[in-house]
Write a protein that binds this ligand. Structure first.
Ligand code: TYD
Length: 224
């Protein structure tokens, strides 16, 4: 059953170790129990080609990947994701929760790799034909806390995660500046808050969003 009339598109963003997946899962469960149809997905990945691109760009051992190539791989994965997964789900009236979207490229490749925020933004607007989330939940994480969290289980860091703290600090600042530019489209929360408190605040905001009829399609052309 689709309680919502038009699809709603929500992105979770933040640095590595921010707890996005945990919060996306909590929100999905809360919405599901209220009768909404929810699609949870992630980037890079979400499609067959996207999962292949994910291994290519994240695994160590694929040789050198320069910054432009890296940005194009993420954008290619996203193009497939937007057209094959996100837009169809929105047309069916579902709530789409994605773990990362365009802001991750703007922050990691634009700021982290110094390719420029605007260049990476326009590449991705082109790749997705301007598909923007109705709401972005930004979990703001201190890079050192993020690193402690992701290495706590002895998990090996991927190519991006293993970059120096300065790289992750540039990313954090870029995410915050994106949110500051469009406060009405963002919910920014400190990632160190208890999981239940974060889940409660996120649900409250989404509940408000769902009370207002969403535009028929996720906002097109609202980039920048
Ligand atoms: P992932 O395992 O999904 O990290 P997390 O669980 O923290 O979301 O790995 C994704 C990595 O790829 C992460 O370090 C961020 C990076 N990334 C980019 O650099 N650009 C992008 O556009 C996306 C989507 C991810």
């Amino acid at each position: 059953m689709n309680k919502q009339r038009a699809g709603v598109f929500i992105a979770f963003e933040g640095g590595d170790g921010a707890g996005k997946s945990t919060q996306a899962a909590r929100l999905a469960a809360a919405l599901d129990s209220r009768g909404y149809t929810v699609l949870r997905t992630r980037e890079p990945g979400g499609t067959t080609v996207g999962e292949k691109l994910r291994s290519l760009v994240l695994d160590h051992g694929n040789g050198e990947i320069d910054a432009h190539t890296e940005a194009l791989i993420f954008a290619a994965s996203r193009a497939a994701h937007a057209s094959q997964v996100i837009r169809p789900a929105l047309s069916r009236g579902e709530i789409v929760l994605t773990d990362r979207y365009i802001d991750s490229s703007v922050a990691y490749q634009g700021a982290g790799r110094n390719l420029g925020l605007e260049a990476v933004r326009s590449l991705n607007d082109w790749a997705t034909s301007g598909l923007q989330p109705h709401l972005t939940v930004l979990l703001d994480v201190d890079p050192q806390l993020g690193r402690r969290r992701r290495t706590a289980g002895q998990a090996a860091e991927d190519r991006l995660e293993s970059e120096a703290d300065e790289f992750h600090t540039r990313i954090r600042e870029a995410f915050l500046s994106l949110a500051a530019g469009h406060p009405q489209r963002y919910l920014v929360l400190p990632a160190h808050l208890p999981v239940d408190e974060l889940a409660g605040q996120i649900f409250a905001r989404v509940d408000t969003l769902l009370a207002v009829p969403a535009p028929a399609a996720a906002t097109d052309g609202g980039a920048s």
